[in-house]
Design a protein around this ligand. Structure first.
Ligand SMILES: [Zn+2]
Length: 412
């Protein structure tokens, strides 16, 4: 059989995605399937059922990661892996994460019904709690799996009701015995919605990110002098919220001036947050992302200087902390090439790009060759109920995934 001609079943992929979208469906047309919730359990059970239908060997590890393995001819060779996550944001969309799991499943169903034998095993994976919205941080289970995060620490993470991640894993029956520890991987592919506007804007179908942007987090704390707003004249106030407002403008301005980066203040706490008291404490965050680590650090140095000048002018002492710096993660060049080549052979337009968001592939990339396949997000929107991608694009993404998996899994 000519495997280049093999195609996935788009209608079946759509059905699988629609079935999954019913689990935790929200009135606004999205899904709410928080990690380790009853909805997550229900979706996992269905996924496991579907894996068994096509004779996959199913294993669950200590972090609840679900692996479905399809045997190849030479079981001693490192397998090809593909997958993503089943959990969602609160009031999230129907495509984020689940597309990568369902498209990998569709690939295996296609191989199964065509009796295709590959050299290597193929493993589908659902990574537990990629979103990090119920239990922080995000991508926790792929992080534990590659040895970057500690298992006991991950178990102890709590949600807002004080429930521990480890206990919730056990409660839904997905605290497995298998050590959450990586095994050799020949190639890892993750199909995902773009979650940004580039593909749609440029009229392209498949995105091949060369890697994930660096991610730098900062925490800024300002002290002011609280006072009754009525009797206190404007001159001589130490209003730290006012100082923060100027700093937020600086973050935006610097990102524009320097270009090739994004910088955002997404969190702000004001104390005592009362309409008739001059604020005496502000805490806000800065998130800077760029393909060049140095570029992002230069931007921070520029912001820092301006922050200090603003704090001085307002008489509001400032404390600046580097909270987290993750270097950019370039994907494997050969695998990225495979994505572009498969798109071309299938007649789909493609775009070389970067990923602004982190994914499980970022962690797997640290221990094995990895690449991602992006498809367009309508209006560039994600982590919202209106998140949308066309069924046609989902099929195209899955067809690229099929060809990439075949290419890597046929390598002796
Ligand atoms: Zn995702």
């Amino acid at each position: 059989m000519n495997l280049d001609k093999l195609r996935i079943n788009g209608a079946r992929l759509q059905q699988s995605l629609e079935k999954m979208a019913q689990i935790g469906a929200t009135p606004g047309g999205g899904v709410q399937r928080l990690a380790l919730s009853d909805e997550d359990k229900k979706a996992r059970d269905l996924f496991v059922h579907w894996l068994k239908e096509i004779d996959c060997e199913v294993t669950i590890d200590q972090m609840g990661n679900i692996f479905g393995r399809r045997a190849g001819k030479n079981r001693n060779l490192a397998p090809v892996m593909s997958g993503s996550h089943i959990d969602s944001q609160p009031k999230g969309g129907r495509f984020d994460g689940i597309l990568g799991v369902m498209s990998a499943l569709e690939v295996l169903r296609t191989l199964h019904e065509n009796n295709v034998e590959t050299q290597r095993d193929i493993v589908i994976v659902d990574w537990t709690n990629e979103e990090g919205s119920r239990f922080a941080p995000a991508m926790v289970s792929s992080g534990v799996w590659v040895g970057k995060l500690d298992l006991e620490w991950a178990y102890a993470r709590q949600d807002i009701n004080g429930k521990k991640q480890g206990e919730e894993l056990a409660r839904i029956g997905y605290k497995g015995e298998l050590p959450a520890k990586s095994f050799p991987i020949h190639a890892y592919y993750e199909c995902h919605i773009e979650q940004g506007p580039q593909l749609e804007k440029k009229g392209k179908v498949i995105g091949a990110p060369k890697g994930v942007l660096c991610l730098h987090w900062y925490d800024i704390r300002l002290k002011g002098t609280a006072n009754q707003v009525g009797p206190t004249p404007m001159a001589g106030r130490n209003d730290c919220l006012l100082a923060a407002a100027e700093m937020i403008q600086v973050v935006n301005k610097v990102a524009h001036i320097k270009g090739d980066m994004v910088a955002t203040v997404g969190e702000l706490h004001n104390h005592p947050n009362s309409r008739n008291i001059i604020p005496d404490g502000v805490h806000f965050t800065v998130d800077i992302r760029s393909w060049e680590d140095e570029h992002a650090i230069d931007a921070w140095e520029m912001m820092k200087l301006e922050f200090e000048a603003i704090a001085n002018r307002h008489g509001t002492p400032i404390d600046m902390e580097i909270t987290w710096r993750v270097k950019r993660a370039p994907f494997d060049e050969e695998l990225v090439y495979n994505v572009l080549e498969a798109s071309e052979k299938l007649g789909y337009s493609s775009l070389r790009m970067v990923s602004g968001a982190g994914h499980d592939a970022s962690y797997i990339n640290q221990i094995a060759p990895a690449a991602m396949i992006f498809i367009p997000s309508k209006g560039g929107r994600s982590h919202v109920e209106v998140e949308e991608s066309s069924w046609e694009d989902c099929s195209k993404g899955a067809n690229v995934l099929l060809q990439c998996i075949l290419k890597s899994a046929m390598q002796a």
